[in-house]
Design a binder for this molecule. Structure first.
Ligand code: PHE
Length: 498
């Protein structure tokens, strides 16, 4: 059994290393782990809606767009929502290192369930993928953070390198999975996504030695009593979740109620709204906060809602925009027609190209760098303009691929404004003792956005495309105007937090 000084020494050694571009070698391990996890996630997601709506004769599931959109929204929302319990399980029970490993294994199992030709394994696969990503994604980032002391000047650039890993995975996988899906079969496309995660796990296990003791052990609770209380609450929540699962399963299985994806999706929508109301009532009205903390929570609420609206438009990249790529876009390169899923690689390429430009831009602006509410406003503006760009051509067929590329380009500009500051500004605004919780809140806002992105895609066939895209554009632009008006008051509420 390693003693505490041994553990500290192994962590110090891991941190002191500079063999990966001046960063700890352990960063390379985590970089490739997350690269393969995102390879798996985005490769699978590039196929998901297209596979669900493809006719059975063509190897698809033959679902209607309304149902497919509901499932897409449910799946992508749950993936990020489960980051909350995923973070808790690592913090309290198993430590981040094991959580990442278990998550990776669940993801592999999930992807291979999707390869199997049955509807039951399809749904089971989605559930395994949600749980796996919930365990892996938040925790791999936490280990990155542990590779640096708070004072380490390499910290931010470490996270930027890590972000590149995310986007390299997201860039390559639609090409690989899309190719296999198109040329051989949809289901084998999911197999490629699973294969990627296997590489990721092997690499993670082999590279684990470079991480020292980072993330090896659950964080100690404030006191043994606190530890017991938290574990009891965790157990109660788990039992409650299982009970709901069982009741719904029995009612559905016995035919008492007709459980459709739309029904589950509606239920999740209601649960999420109730959660938002409960959390913010507590943060804004709770007795234990100082007036200062309460004001900052007001700012968090504004940014939280703005973020949800942003992702609700942005994350249609893989739903309504993917359908537009398949059904309305000319995809010929000479005689070759490329798969619609290849469009999913456009944004990661642009992120890789633009992230350094934006990092430079904010630095160059120095004191004139916009405040985070201003950056959020710019994000909303961009995501709205991206949809507005498509309105004039949305009714046509065989439109030039540059339209969609233009939309993805403008959306990426928005992502560059909002995404990098989102988490950090929320963390800085939150009362110190809620740091981890607010990290979960950030994932929660993306989950709501993803949920709405699926629901909006459900409307793909129930209105004309100019109306659908125009409505999304107006929604985002309207939110941009409201937020623009709120910039000054929000900055005031932030009272000194940059
Ligand atoms: N491209 C980002 C990623 O895959 C999108 C994202 C932002 C996901 C925020 C979750 C939370 O990591």
């Amino acid at each position: 059994m390693a003693t505490t000084p041994d553990l500290q020494k192994s962590l110090d050694d891991a941190r002191a290393d500079t063999s990966f571009f001046g960063h700890p070698r352990g960063l390379a391990t985590l970089f490739f782990t997350e690269m393969w996890e995102r390879f798996s996630y985005y490769g699978m997601r590039a196929l998901l809606i297209l596979f669900m709506v493809a006719p059975v004769a063509k190897g698809g599931l033959g679902f209607g767009v309304a149902k497919a959109g509901a499932i897409y929204g449910l799946y992508t929302a749950m993936v990020y929502l489960l980051a909350l319990p995923g973070g808790w399980v690592a913090d309290r029970l198993v430590g981040q290192r094991k959580a990442v490993l278990y998550g990776g294994i669940l993801i592999v199992l999930g992807e291979f369930c999707l390869v199997a030709p049955s509807l039951t394994t399809f749904y089971l696969g989605l559930v395994l993928l949600m749980m796996g990503t919930g365990l892996l994604k938040p925790n791999v980032s936490v280990i990155v953070g542990q590779l640096y002391t708070k004072a380490d000047g390499r910290r931010d650039s470490g996270f930027s390198i890590f972000y590149m890993g995310i986007n390299i995975g997201a860039l390559v996988s639609p090409l690989a999975c899309g190719w296999v899906a198109e040329k051989i079969s949809w289901r084998l496309g999911f197999g490629v996504a699973g294969l990627g995660m296997i590489f990721g796990i092997i690499q993670y296990l082999l590279g684990g030695k470079h991480l020292g003791s980072a993330g090896l052990h659950p964080a100690p609770a404030a006191s043994p009593a606190d530890d017991r209380r938290q574990k009891r609450n965790g157990a109660i929540s788990a039992v409650a979740a299982l009970a709901i699962f069982a009741v719904v399963g029995v009612l559905g299985g016995s035919g008492t109620i007709d459980i459709t994806p739309e029904l589950i999706s509606n239920a999740l929508g209601i649960i999420m709204v109730a959660l938002v109301i409960a959390i913010f009532s507590w943060l804004l009205l709770g007795k234990s906060w100082s007036p200062e903390e309460r004001k900052r929570s007001g700012a968090i609420l504004v940014l939280f809602l703005a973020s949800a609206v942003f992702w609700s438009a942005f994350e249609q990249a893989g739903s309504s925009l993917s359908l537009f790529a398949e059904r309305s876009t000319d995809r010929h390169l000479g005689a070759f027609e490329f798969p619609a899923s290849w469009f999913q690689s456009v944004q990661p390429i642009l992120v890789i190209a633009l992230a350094p430009v934006f990092a430079w831009l904010w630095l160059a602006l120095g004191k004139r760098e916009p405040s985070s509410p201003t950056k959020f406003t710019l994000g909303l503006l961009m995501v709205g303009l991206g949809f507005a760009l498509l309105v004039p051509v949305a009714a046509n067929l065989g439109v030039s691929p540059w339209w969609l590329t233009g939309t993805y380009f403008i959306h990426t500009l928005g992502e560059m404004c909002l995404s990098p500051v989102g988490l950090s500004s929320m963390t800085k605004l939150a009362p110190a003792r809620l740091g981890g919780f607010v990290m979960g809140m950030w994932f929660f806002s993306t989950a709501i956005g993803n949920f709405m992105a699926g629901r909006m895609a459900s409307l793909y066939e129930s209105m004309t495309l100019p109306t659908l895209f125009g409505t999304v554009a107006l929604f985002a632009l309207g939110a941009a105007v409201v937020l623009a008006l709120l910039i000054k008051p929000t900055v005031r509420l932030m009272s000194g937090v940059k």
